[in-house]
Ligand binder design. Structure first.
Ligand SMILES: [Zn+2]
Ligand SMILES: [Zn+2]
Length: 426
């Protein structure tokens, strides 16, 4: 009796499964949702460190140590024979210190146990939150999986955090999203998701084991420690939505503040394949106040010593040698006010691209010196006063402008269509 009933149930289950498979379109069954897609993130890739500490903040983590195999076979080096893959539990509250030695990676647990012998890779996974402390950096809370590699050329550690799109977007938009407006945050999220998808498919780091890094040219990221609850909710509300231009994927650009005028990608980067990056007057219907007028980066000024400016040019383009260049001047100024070519004067003059000039300026004088390439100069006897507008390169979405548009009642799709004319949201 029981047996028969069980059989009937099994047959019924099989029929239901077959029906379900037949009814569901195959692509929906197998297509992975964008927000569940894994992404490998290079963390603090410019930092040089050979030791760090990982603490299990929540949940039980497991650290697996993989032996060195690339550098010589077991026959050449008998000591290698002894090294096997080992796996250690890092229980909640416990921590693991990892160092790079001349033998490879070694670890020490807070329980006192040491993992010696030399490993080439360590993978820590399984728990909910992992707190990592890198010397001279703020602690960072990570989710997902953490891989520790050796960057051989620079003999330092390389950390790669594998998470999914949802987790990355919550961290990234919490970090760069200067607005508290729901519609502006939704616009940031759809832009960032589209950008992340494009970077996953066209990585800027082809030679590396990670797909994106945590810097502005990819997307800012600093783990889950500063995650905003509202951003998390809005990532779910806009789940899987991305921008397209005539059915094709796009690489949306963004910046802090345009100062009233957004430039085209052609003007700033001299590219022809981004028709959705055109110059935009950052005002509603070309009238009234600029959408980013309330930004601290809308107007700025700074006074720099002439000697410091010459030193900056010598360090950036003459290998530190003075007297190669005697000065500089803007060579090309776009209609949107941005300087896109700079001439270095000297016996052999040199032309510099505006983006390159700007990146070097920020590196030399710091991020709070000249905020954009949209400025005028007042030359005094010993110094130059720069008066500028906007912050950043000025292409694509103006983050403060998006905030302004949301405050003026615009919806997120209207904000996206405003900064990326011609795009559709899929
Ligand atoms: Zn990058
Ligand atoms: Zn703006």
């Amino acid at each position: 009796m029981n047996y028969n009933l069980n059989m009937k149930r099994k047959v019924l289950l099989v029929v239901v499964v077959i029906l379900a498979v037949a009814i569901l379109p195959l692509n929906r069954l197998f297509a992975q949702k964008i927000d569940e897609t894994p992404i490998k993130v290079g963390i603090l890739i410019d930092e040089e460190f050979t030791t760090f500490r990982a603490q299990s903040f929540s949940g039980h983590w497991r650290a697996t140590f993989y032996p060195l195999i690339a550098s010589g076979s077991a026959e050449q080096n008998p000591a290698r024979k002894e090294v096997k893959t080992v796996s250690e539990l890092v229980a909640e509250g416990e921590d693991l210190a990892i160092s790079l030695t001349n033998k490879g990676l070694v670890g020490k647990l807070s329980t006192g146990k040491e993992i010696m012998g030399g490993y080439e890779k360590i993978v820590i996974s399984g728990g909910e939150l992992l707190n990592i402390e890198i010397p001279e950096n703020r602690p960072m809370l990570l989710q997902g999986k953490l891989e520790i590699h050796i960057n051989i050329e620079e003999s330092r550690l390389l950390l790669i955090n594998e998470i999914n799109f949802h987790q990355f977007l919550v961290s990234s938009v919490s970090k760069f999203g200067i607005s508290s407006e729901v519609e502006a945050l939704k616009a940031y999220i759809v832009m960032a998701r589209t950008r992340l998808k494009h970077l996953k498919e066209n990585t800027l780091h082809k030679e590396m084991a990670y797909e994106v890094c945590d810097k502005y040219h990819c997307l800012p990221f600093s783990g889950a420690g500063q995650n905003r609850e509202l951003v998390d909710i809005l990532v779910s509300m806009t789940a899987n939505k991305i921008l397209q231009y005539r059915g094709k994927s796009v690489f949306p650009r963004y910046h802090h503040t345009c100062g009233g005028k957004v430039s085209s990608a052609k003007e700033i980067f001299n590219v022809d394949n981004e028709p959705y990056h055109v110059s935009v007057d950052d005002r509603v219907d070309n009238k009234g106040s600029e959408n980013c007028f309330h930004s601290p980066g809308f107007h700025w000024s700074i006074e720099l010593e002439k000697l410091d400016l010459l030193e900056f040019i010598a360090m950036s383009w003459a290998g530190g040698a003075s007297r190669i260049f005697t000065g500089w001047e803007p060579l090309k100024i776009e209609d949107t006010g941005r300087i896109t070519r700079v001439l270095l004067r000297g016996r052999i003059p040199k032309e510099i691209d505006g983006v390159e000039f700007f990146e070097n300026l920020k590196m030399y004088f710091g991020p709070n010196s000249l905020k954009s390439m949209r400025f005028s100069m007042e030359v005094l006897r010993r110094s130059v006063i720069f008066r500028g507008m906007g912050q950043g390169l000025g292409v694509g979405m103006c983050l403060y402008g998006a905030d302004g548009l949301a405050k003026k009642g615009k919806r997120y799709n209207e904000i996206l269509e405003f900064y990326y004319p011609g795009v559709t949201i899929k």
